[in-house]
Design a protein around this ligand. Sequence first.
Ligand code: SF4
Length: 62
Amino acid sequence: MKASIDRDGCISCGLCASTCPGVFRMADDDLAEVYVEEVPEELEDAAIEAQENCPVSVITVQ
Ligand code: SF4
């Protein structure tokens, strides 16, 4: 499972980084980024939760 973010649409709310800090973090430009190549199995549920709760729906987890 991989995660990605359409960073152009990110509004820097920080929700993904707090929901699943093992996959998402806030970068120096204040936009969220994915910093793992592959989502670890134990974090898949949290990554999907972040995808579902992103207020602007710019996260893809598949
Ligand atoms: S939840 Fe969405 S809008 Fe909020 S920081 Fe993450 S990617 Fe950006």
